[in-house]
Write a protein that binds this ligand. Structure first.
Ligand SMILES: [Zn+2]
Length: 345
């Protein structure tokens, strides 16, 4: 039954947690333009137009995506640029009603400009604390390794993350799922889990259920980055639900990278009906032209009513690693949002 009583509540005002956002991919387009101009860097037109990236779900398509990501990353060559990007990501989240942001950073990319991996992470953690204080958005950092690098590099990053457990809340694994052997990243994830960090690898984005099973078996995930392809295998999905593994679902990203035809094809209803804990995320808004709020609008467009949207927001908060008082405050906000009268249509 719809609780909207003929109206719609403002999704911006719905408290939510944003658990799938990459550091460089969060950059405002205007910031990218300014940083590139200061450095005399010429950007590919596809990064400066207002058209969302659209590629095929092939190696070639991923390569095109990665090339754009690398072009954007080239402007992030100083502490000041890193601080600005992080602060703006938190400001933008605040403007969309996010009360908890968990931002993924692979410090390897920025280390050469700031004196190494440790200073790169220290800058990120320091700015995260400053931005949290200024905006009121609770911020946690996820250190992410890349499938394009050796599993020993992942272990180095896992140890760095473990040493900074607290402000670092999780350990991830990103980039093309077809690269690397999942099991070889197991030791890195063990280091992270033993330090009390959440295991939050990507999985079930480009590859199907077989790969999701691999990730679940070897990396002990608390949440899966994407994981939408688990919807193709009911038994696997049941296993994920029973294990309480959250799914960071990013409809616009899936559409841009050709995982789905359109964002509205996201199997949200199937995932929710199976009992999955979902956190909608924007992934790389710079490239996909779509931010956190847009993902909730997509859910509304595919038929989720206000009570169901509130439940999506609540599940994003529950599967976050926000401190308990923050979770309770945000969950209270979700209840208040639903209890308030909707706006007239
Ligand atoms: Zn991602």
């Amino acid at each position: 039954m719809s609780l909207t009583r003929g109206g719609l509540r403002d999704l911006q005002a719905l408290p939510k947690a944003h658990l799938h956002l990459h550091f460089t991919g969060s950059m405002r387009q205007q910031t990218l333009l300014e940083l590139a101009a200061e450095r005399g860097i010429r950007l590919p037109r596809s990064l400066t137009d207002d058209v969302a990236l659209q590629v095929e779900p092939t190696r070639r398509g991923w390569f095109r995506f990665q090339r754009q990501y690398d072009a954007a990353r080239a402007v992030v060559d100083s502490e000041a640029a890193m601080r600005r990007i992080l602060h703006e990501a938190v400001l933008d989240d605040a403007a969309e009603g996010s009360g908890r942001l968990e931002l993924q950073v692979d410090p390897t990319s920025y280390a050469p400009f700031v004196g190494g991996l440790t200073p790169a992470l220290e800058i990120v953690l320091d700015q995260a604390a400053l931005s949290e204080r200024e905006t009121g958005v609770s911020v946690g950092i996820i250190v992410a390794a890349s499938r394009t690098r050796h599993p020993l590099d992942a272990r180095t990053l896992a140890r760095l993350a473990a040493r900074n457990a607290g402000p670092v809340v999780g350990f991830g694994l990103s980039n093309d799922e077809r690269r690397g052997t999942t099991a070889e990243y197991g030791p890195a994830f063990r280091i992270a889990r033993e330090a009390g960090l959440l295991s939050v690898p990507h999985g079930g984005e480009l590859l199907g259920p077989e790969h999701v099973r691999d990730v679940v078996d070897h990396l002990g995930p608390h949440r899966l980055g994407h994981g939408v392809r688990a919807a193709e295998d009911p038994r696997l999905l049941d296993r994920i639900v029973e294990a309480g593994i959250g799914l960071e679902v990013c409809p616009a990203s899936n559409a841009s990278l050709g995982v789905l035809d359109t964002a509205a094809d996201v199997p949200l209803r199937r995932l929710v009906e199976a009992g999955a804990q979902i956190a909608l995320g924007a992934d790389d808004p710079l490239l996909f032209g779509s931010r956190l709020l847009d993902q909730y609008e997509t859910a509304r467009a595919v038929g989720f009513d206000d009570a169901e949207l509130a439940e999506l927001a609540a599940s994003s908060i529950r599967v976050s690693s926000a401190p308990e008082p923050v979770k309770q405050r945000l969950l209270g906000g979700v209840r208040d949002w639903l209890a308030a009268e909707p706006l007239p249509r």
